[in-house]
Design a protein around this ligand. Structure first.
Ligand code: LRH
Length: 477
């Protein structure tokens, strides 16, 4: 296969990064080029992503990567969080894309369910009910939708700005609620029933498809016109692709802002039990199904820190979090457990206060100190993760013998040990940058640097990651 480096633009809900990767001796070597905050902006009409800033940072990162390795980059790929999108008319962006934590979605849910009942919707799209699924956001969109001739998901929108090619990569398209999980094609009949013009849905592409070279204006900024490849552009799909496992009976938790907990399957599970358990069937690479449940994740910690230390920097907050986690791990005795998935925790704001309110509503003692709140969050997340693993296995009729946790949560020893204890299963933690690795490896595979197939990709991921094992019951006292 071709030599050369590949670049990942990986946009998470709280930060973005540009990472350069090279496959050498069957392992992926990565180099962190740039990291930047992703701070949403609230305006009079709601909560938005600062998308132009993210794009500018992505370009700056790619330019820096090119300068550090002149002429070496053969391809770049973009992934981000799911469900959000921009509307365009004649290639021009209409309005500032909304953040999925904006409150506008509920009206859209009611509008959609008036036309298609929840059971029928699940039978059609296989998605767990999240009020921010694209289909509900579109139903709450209002007049801009009439003007639009295209909807592009966030990574596809960046891909379009980079190359001029408008497409919809499948893994992320599968989070819209407008894709048939069996055929992996747009459900244009469903779109039409909901009053959405199918013309706004771009042509679908699979991860690994070459989109094209950077357009000249972009190449000028970046320094050269390398290719852009469609990767598994849903961050969770990239993370699952890079799970460093060689065995089929693993469960995974992609733990960043969210904890995405589930199994990789050959086909969707569309049973009524799966719908009631709120399990989703999202698209993975190579025709796989990501059968998973959205559990609240590190958001509960990061947003609590934001509440306790307003105006402090990212770095200050994360060092304070380390101190609180250390303190939390020394606490003896049980801490209050709460339902991390309670909808009151969705919007930005005073999470510790809402945890207290949840406890009051449920006759539970509230945590007394920030360290105890942190311990409550960690234990409650671990309990919810373990529960989701059990439910996934039951619903899919599969055995699970190991849990892989990747993403930021894999660095949280207290969380990983609590997960092992509560699930009774060994937990293998890492890599922390699984999403970026999945992004890079799909590109390397498209370039012929990795053998075809998901197994070959995972074998490279396994050779590239250093993992920590947590054994049930090994909690130090
Ligand atoms: C994680 C994630 C998740 C989606 C949510 C909107 O970053 O992509 O898979 O459900 O963001």
């Amino acid at each position: 296969g071709a030599d050369g480096a590949v670049a990942a633009v990986d946009l998470g809900a709280s930060s973005g990064r540009v990472i350069l990767g090279r496959v050498e001796d069957g392992a992926l070597r990565t180099q962190h080029i740039a990291r930047f905050a992703n701070d949403p902006v609230r305006t009079r009409d709601g909560l938005h992503w600062n998308l132009l800033e993210l794009y500018r940072q992505a370009l700056a990162g790619l330019a820096l990567a090119e300068r550090g390795a002149p002429g070496e980059i053969i391809s770049a790929g973009v992934d981000s969080w799911a469900v959000d999108y921009g509307l365009l008319r004649d290639g021009r962006l209409l309005g500032v894309p909304y953040h999925y934590r904006d409150a506008r979605c509920e009206a859209g849910v009611a509008r959609v369910h008036e036309i298609v009942a929840p059971e029928a919707l699940y039978a059609a799209n296989g998605l767990q009910h999240l009020s921010f699924n694209t289909v509900f956001q579109l139903a709450a969109e209002g007049p801009l939708l009439e003007l639009a001739d295209r909807m592009l998901m966030i990574p596809d929108l960046l891909g379009y700005w980079l190359t001029g090619v408008a497409s919809a990569e499948l893994s992320n398209a599968s989070t819209t609620g407008l894709l048939d999980p069996r055929t992996r094609t747009w459900d244009t009949a469903l779109a039409e029933r909901l009053g959405l013009s199918p013309r706004i849905l771009p042509p679908l592409v699979e991860a690994g498809t070459r989109l094209g070279p950077l357009v000249p204006e972009v190449a000028e900024i970046v320094g050269r016109a390398f290719d852009v490849t469609a990767v598994a552009s849903h961050d969770t799909a990239s993370a699952v692709a890079a799970i460093p496992s060689s065995r089929p009976d693993f469960a995974y938790i992609s733990c960043g802002t969210w904890g995405l907990v589930g199994l990789e399957l050959d086909a969707p599970v569309l049973s009524e039990e799966a719908r009631l358990a709120n399990f989703t069937n999202e698209g993975g690479i190579d025709g796989t199904t990501r059968f998973l449940h959205n559990v609240m994740g590190l958001w509960l910690l990061s947003e609590s820190l934001r509440h306790w230390y307003p105006g402090s920097s990212d770095a200050q907050r994360s060092s304070r979090l380390q101190e609180l986690l250390a303190e939390a791990s020394r606490l003896g005795g049980p801490v209050p457990l709460f339902d991390v998935n309670d909808l009151s925790f969705m919007p930005p704001g005073d999470i510790p206060g809402r945890i207290d309110a949840w406890c009051a509503r449920h006759g539970e003692r509230a945590p007394g100190t920030p360290a105890e709140t942190v311990r409550s969050i960690v234990e409650s997340l671990a309990a919810a993760f373990a529960d989701a693993v059990r439910t996934a296995a039951e619903l899919a009729g599969r055995d699970v013998s190991i849990i892989h946790i990747v993403g930021g949560g894999s660095l949280n020893a207290l969380l990983c040990q609590a997960l092992a204890d509560r699930s009774g299963l060994p937990v293998l933690a890492g890599p922390v940058e699984a999403t970026a690795m999945g992004n890079l490896l799909v590109q390397a595979q498209a370039a012929g640097q990795v053998d075809p197939g998901l197994d070959a990709l995972r074998a490279v991921a396994a050779r590239s990651a250093s993992l920590t094992t947590y054994t049930p019951g090994a909690r130090s006292r």
